[in-house]
Design a protein. Structure first.
Length: 105
C-alpha cells in the first residue's frame, strides 16, 4: 500500500513532495491511499474527498484523514482531487489538483 500525501491550509490544497506522484500507473486497484493534513479551520468539519474524471465523480468520506482512491477513478489517465468540509452551517471547499497517471483512458 502506498500513500499520496496532501496538505490543506484554509482553502488551498497542495501535494506534499513525493516521487510517488510521478510513478502512478492507471488501473491500480486498492493500492493507493490519499492522506491529508488540515489547518485549524477544518477542525470539527465532516470531510469528504471529491475524485473526478470527466463525468465520473466519487465522494469518499475521510476516516482519520485518509481514504482510498476509488477503483472507478484509477482507470483514467488524469483525475482531479479536491476536499469539501461541512457542518450544519459552514461549508468550505479547496482548489482542485489534477493527478496524471501513466496509461489509462
Amino acid at each position: 500500500m502506498k500513500t499520496l500525501a496532501f496538505t490543506v491550509n484554509g482553502q488551498k490544497l497542495s501535494k506534499k513532495p513525493s516521487i510517488l506522484f510521478s510513478r502512478l500507473v492507471a488501473g491500480s486497484s486498492n493500492f493507493y491511499d490519499v492522506s491529508f493534513e488540515f489547518s485549524p479551520e477544518w477542525d470539527n468539519l465532516f470531510r469528504v474527498v471529491k475524485f473526478a474524471s470527466g463525468s465520473v465523480e466519487e465522494y469518499i468520506p475521510l476516516i482519520n484523514n485518509t481514504c482510498k482512491i476509488p477503483e472507478r477513478i484509477t482507470k483514467f489517465h488524469k483525475f482531479n482531487v479536491s476536499v469539501v468540509g461541512a457542518t450544519d452551517n459552514v461549508q468550505i471547499m479547496t482548489n482542485v489538483i489534477t493527478i496524471t497517471q501513466k496509461g489509462g483512458e
